[in-house]
Design a protein around this ligand. Structure first.
Ligand code: SAH
Length: 369
């Protein structure tokens, strides 16, 4: 039965080597198969012509190459694409591709729903269902690459950047996400540069430290408030890991990198809540302590939320205040909102919300790990 077969899309290079060793095969098979799966987009073993027929048959018995299923694709007026993708067990997640000049940024999900319950995010309002497997995370990239025609990850129309900013908190699904990152950056797979793969987190501090031991992917931090009192309200995980601890972990992460990248700080601007000049001034003081750039995200409304997007004036005033404080600041243009593909509008279909209380267990896992 297919449940018992290993889905090879989700095996990192070292795990694929171990898989072949267990079969009594040479480790170099892993490189061949990695290329077939991730560079040629193979979905069956028959295609793998440099592998003997006997081994291909053996592989087909114990393993599979299975992609998640696209149930809906919408293309926005601004060419942003949104997919609804069905995962094992029937839950669905959403994925967004944002074209901008030469860039094609793919925004992928790491969980079905999210357990962190940030007050301004519609994914959080859906509750938490489950973590995605590595195969389901990497499968999203395969789906996007395929949408451009014949599978060609390195062609002109390639996905140039990946951001883990879709549904879910990637650091609450640590192991599966780290393996997916490895495949995104592995030369024998998708070969993306570490500057073009960004993990965004609401601030699971111990997991940020753990991350720095296993990867040097780019990091974005969802800050959204300049002080703990306000952040406790907007991003509840702040009650566990307050701003000072978060900033220290960000400093540690970037001090370990061999190159001179800086953190991206994300700040969703919500009218009357965190968009006042005094918030901007407090934010300048805070951000002076860490090498970073600031990305302001005007709040994207969704049903049953009382929050409002600030006026264009208020957004520009906030930005000017930050620039005056010498913080490099950009405003994220809203993309794809006509197809509900904008930040915080991804809801998917969370089948079983009763597992919401799981969040405490997961938090514990993240901190114990
Ligand atoms: N859990 C991760 C990644 C997912 S969210 C994280 O928190 O970073 C990606 C970004 O969109 C985050 O910065 C998030 O705070 C922001 N966001 C969520 N809801 C939003 C909304 N309604 N309007 C604007 N930005 C939102």
């Amino acid at each position: 039965m297919s449940e018992q077969k290993v889905n090879l899309i989700g095996l990192s290079p070292s795990k694929l080597e171990a898989f072949f060793e267990e079969l009594g095969e040479k480790r170099f098979r892993a490189t061949q198969v990695l290329k077939w799966i991730h560079q040629q987009g193979a979905s069956s073993f028959d295609e793998m012509t440099n592998i003997s027929k006997a081994l291909r048959e053996r592989l087909a018995e114990v393993a599979e190459i299975r992609e998640p299923e696209v149930v809906l694709e919408k293309i926005s007026k601004d060419e942003t694409r949104k997919w609804v993708i069905r995962m094992d067990g029937g839950s669905a997640i959403e994925m967004v591709l944002i074209p901008e000049g030469d860039r094609r940024t793919l925004c992928i999900s790491s969980q079905v729903g999210c357990s962190l319950d940030c007050s301004f995010c519609s994914t959080g309002k859906q509750g938490f269902n489950r973590n995605l497997s590595t195969a389901e995370i990497v499968g999203q990239l395969r789906v996007a690459i395929r949408s451009f025609g014949p599978f060609d990850p390195s062609g002109d129309r390639r996905v140039s950047n990946i951001v883990l900013m879709g549904m879910g908190e990637p650091l609450m699904n640590f192991d599966a996400v780290v393996d997916a990152l490895e495949l995104f950056m592995e030369d024998n797979a998708y070969g993306l540069s570490k500057r073009r793969v960004t993990l965004s987190t609401a601030g699971v501090v111990p997991a940020i430290d753990k991350l720095s031991e296993v990867t040097d992917v780019s990091l974005a931090i969802s800050l959204h408030a300049p002080n703990n009192e306000l952040r406790d309200q907007l991003v509840p995980i702040n009650r566990r890991y307050p701003i000072e601890q978060l900033m220290d972990s960000v400093k540690r992460y970037f001090s370990k990198l061999a190159d001179r990248r800086v953190a991206t700080i994300e700040y969703t601007l919500i009218a009357g809540i965190n968009d006042q000049p005094e918030h901007a001034r407090e934010l300048v003081k805070l951000l002076k302590q860490v090498p970073c750039k600031l990305n302001l995200i005007p709040f994207n409304p969704f049903p049953n939320s009382d929050y409002k997007r600030p006026s264009e004036d208020a957004i520009q005033r906030f930005k000017m205040e930050m620039l005056k404080g010498k913080i490099l600041t950009t405003v994220r243009r809203t993309r794809g909102d006509d197809v509900d593909a904008a930040c915080g509008q991804l809801v998917g279909q969370v089948q079983d919300r009763t597992r919401r209380s799981q969040k405490y267990i997961d938090l514990q896992d993240a901190t114990d790990a």
